[in-house]
Design a binder for this molecule. Structure first.
Ligand code: AMP
Length: 565
């Protein structure tokens, strides 16, 4: 397929804001994509060269892209930068640069989808000396042959910022509409459920599309658990009071809420895999957990889930989440780190045991199955501490005990509900002490003054409007960080800078901070319409969390404080 076909679809997608319209455009397109190219196409429409869970990254900085555009178009870098300043978007910059170089049309070869995809994949594998130069050549090679609109999307995809608004839900709808027959509402729901099932199990939208096309609804329904592939975990919601949950559901499981790293453990004979909530494979980084799994999980095959907590070897208390986080992306000194930051695994769910899928079983049953296969080592590998009751006094006491043991709070879980992959569910509630913190993404920052002039010391935070996908400002934060954390933040933000205006920089939205505050106020100064009063930094969240909180959540919290006041 020619890349220009995809570029045309991107243009259509970009021009309509509505999700329904986007799903229709995508469905029409997918119908005509040859099966052999479906996998690539589904990745590319999401702006990816690798599935979401892959550890591979294209890793291209804006500066490299500016050089690549310059090399491909013959315009010098300062001209490219000038255009970039005006557009704020390197994709549009590349497009304009190509338009302004009319004579280059003669040199163009037609770009195929394969060529673009292969070059992108190569970018992730190039390392070592001279790697920047080689990456630059691969990108320039594509831009030289690209039509203006093709260049726009190639550049954006490589920078990880495609901006055509194709979220997962849209792909699901498009798969249903393009490949599965349905004439009634019920049939459509059945098709959607089959896509959902396959998606949960294999977590690879391109593969799901292929199965839908080749084997239809039956093929999708048949897909079972695939060991060794990461799953999308079930997510809870916040509740304000224990009694609200008990009033609605009666008896509940209350469990400690541990502040560590969520870990999905998969076992198939001698093979063991550990995945995070973001579906990263962290097996290599945690040989100590692997060892514990060998000793303590009595099943040939299983998938269980829990929270790995860093434990202070001196006090036995949990270590702050960030300390454990140091182990997550470690490539060297893994054994030493395992000794310095020992872990404790607290299991709270099981989805599969020896050929039997359990996710549709009620939590009550799953808990029983879990207890059957865990042979605990106290303090190291055990079931999460829990009680089962509707007695408010007992629950309050349990909550206090959790806090006294320096855990984050408790979770309340409804006993007769299934495991739902990848969703926030209204059957699992978090209870934490203060006004709920917000997870917000840093989109800009300002250089400090005096002795701090070399650090970025205040940060513009944003939440996401889930309707439009846009990031909306909710205020600046500059307190709560230690000197070391200012430095760390500066180091993390520098490679993400996309634009500078005086002392202010704008950055790619990658760094998520958990932010505490006193209250949320309405504010015309920020694009969300809200500002945080007395915001303070609590911790980084980028390691185990990929998305900032939604505008809806900000609004809900704003309203809830209104009721309380
Ligand atoms: P939050 O990150 O504040 O949205 O809280 C949800 C996270 O709490 C989950 O992703 C888990 O990593 C963690 N967690 C800790 N203890 C539990 C538990 N007992 N049950 C479920 N999740 C837990």
């Amino acid at each position: 397929m020619d890349y220009s076909v995809l570029a045309e679809v991107y243009e259509k997608l970009e021009s309509v804001p509505s999700k329904l319209a986007k799903a229709d455009i995508l469905a029409e397109f997918l119908k005509n994509v040859p099966t052999s190219e479906l996998h690539k196409v589904v990745l590319l429409v999401q702006g990816r060269a690798f599935p979401g869970y892959s550890e591979q990254e294209l890793g291209i900085a804006s500066q490299t892209m500016i050089k690549a555009i310059s090399k491909a178009t013959g315009l010098n870098t300062s001209r490219v930068e000038e255009k970039f300043k005006k557009t704020g978007d390197l994709g549009l910059t590349a497009e304009e640069c190509i338009k302004s170089k009319k004579q280059s049309t003669l040199l163009r070869r037609k770009l195929t989808l394969d060529h673009v995809f292969e070059n992108m994949k190569k970018l992730a594998t190039i390392t070592g000396s001279g790697s920047q130069e080689r990456k630059l050549s691969l990108i320039a090679e594509l831009i030289v042959s690209a039509k203006p609109n093709e260049a726009r999307y190639i550049v954006r995809t490589i920078l990880g910022d495609l901006r055509v608004g194709v979220a997962e839900g849209i792909i699901r709808d498009a798969i249903v509409n393009s490949f599965l027959e349905h004439s009634t509402k019920e049939e459509k729901e059945k098709s959607a459920a089959a896509v959902e099932n396959a998606w949960s199990m294999i977590n690879d939208p391109g593969e799901v599309a292929k199965i839908a096309k080749e084997k239809g609804i039956k093929g999708l329904e048949k897909i079972g658990v695939q060991l060794g592939k990461p799953l999308q975990v079930m997510l809870g919601v916040a509740a304000e009071k224990i009694e609200d949950v008990v009033e609605e559901f009666g008896e509940v499981f209350a469990e400690y809420k541990y502040d560590g790293m969520r870990v999905v453990i998969q076992k198939k004979g001698n093979h063991i895999w550990l995945f995070t909530r973001r579906q990263e494979d962290v097996t290599r980084q945690f040989p100590d957990i692997v060892e514990l799994v060998r000793k303590c999980l009595k099943a040939d095959e299983c998938i269980v889930e829990g929270e790995a907590l860093g434990i202070d070897p001196k006090t036995g208390y949990p270590l702050p989440f960030q300390t454990l986080g140091q182990r997550v992306h470690r490539k060297y000194d893994i054994e030493r780190m395992a000794k310095e930051i020992p872990v404790q695994v607290n299991l709270f769910d099981v989805m599969y045991v020896d050929g039997k899928s359990l996710f549709n079983e009620p939590l009550k049953e799953r808990r029983k199955e879990l207890m059957k296969i865990v042979k605990p080592i106290e303090g190291k590998f055990q079931a999460a501490k829990n009680i089962y009751t509707k007695d408010l006094k007992k629950l309050e006491k349990f909550y206090e005990e959790a806090l006294k043991n320096r855990q984050e709070g408790i979770m309340l879980k409804v006993p007769d509900t299934p495991y739902v992959f990848g969703r926030h569910v209204g059957t699992m509630y978090k209870i934490k002490p203060t006004m709920e913190n917000l997870d917000l993404v840093v989109i800009g920052a300002t250089w400090g003054e005096g002795t701090r002039a070399r650090w970025l010391t205040s940060y513009m935070l944003a939440c996401r409007d889930e309707g439009t996908g846009k990031l909306l400002e909710c205020g600046m934060i500059s307190t709560g960080l230690s000197e070391g954390e200012y430095k760390q933040t500066t180091q993390m933000l520098k490679p993400l800078i996309i634009r500078e205006e005086g002392r202010t920089v704008w950055v790619k939205p990658k760094i998520i901070m958990e932010v505490g505050y006193q209250e949320i106020q309405k504010s015309p100064n920020y694009s969300s319409g809200f500002a945080l009063r007395f915001p303070r930094f609590i911790r980084f969240r980028q390691i185990d969390k990929s998305e900032p909180d939604s505008l809806d959540r900000v609004i809900a919290l704003f309203k809830s404080q209104g009721r309380a006041g």
